[in-house]
Design a protein around this ligand. Structure first.
Ligand SMILES: [Zn+2]
Length: 182
């Protein structure tokens, strides 16, 4: 298991569609392990295979200590709308308000190829939609009318330099403004 470099905006690999996974063996297992490791290291709440340069339909999402490994995922049902701030590990330093479905149901396969169905609302539902978009070569900035809608947020490296006293208020704001989904 290793931390892999995350592909950043401007790299054409980010725009490739993830090809359907047909083999559920060691290569896929290593890929899923690397995705989880890289996501946790970032940190983020999700990561899709194209973001580490692998053009396959596989992603991971982890919210509230629940890890989801989704292979060949597809949204089969959605309801409601929800508008919230959203960031992306491939577009560090920025976030924007994006309207998503409030709750989605996803059918996918697990690492052994077994069919699974999961549902998520709020942050989890948003993360599912964000990561599944990556598998179509789509980014959250594609939903914006203008790049002027991007909000600059502090990088995690800055947080590490905080002395933890005077920046208390800033820290809270950064927490709210750091929804790097994956
Ligand atoms: Zn992303």
């Amino acid at each position: 298991m290793s931390v892999r470099p995350i592909v950043l905006l401007g790299d054409p690999r980010l725009r490739l569609r993830g090809e359907p996974v047909e083999s559920f063996g060691r290569f896929l297992h290593n890929l899923l392990d690397d995705l989880t490791h890289t996501m946790r290291h970032a940190p983020g709440v999700g990561l899709a295979a194209p973001q580490i340069g692998e053009g396959l339909a596989a992603c991971v999402v982890e919210v509230e200590d629940r890890l989801f490994e989704l292979v060949n995922p597809k949204i089969v049902r959605a309801e409601g709308d929800d508008r919230d701030l959203e960031g992306c590990l491939s577009i560090p330093g920025y976030a924007a308000y994006v309207t998503r479905r409030e709750k989605v149901w996803v059918v996918a396969q697990d690492r052994r190829g077994r069919r699974i169905k999961v549902a998520g609302s709020g942050l989890l539902g948003r993360a599912f939609q964000h990561e599944l978009d990556h598998l179509q070569g789509k980014l959250y900035i594609d939903y914006l009318d203008s790049m002027d809608e991007l909000i600059s947020v502090r990088a995690h490296a800055d947080d590490d330099e905080d002395d933890g006293t005077a920046a208390e208020g800033d820290g809270e704001a950064a927490g709210v403004l750091a929804p790097a989904l994956g």
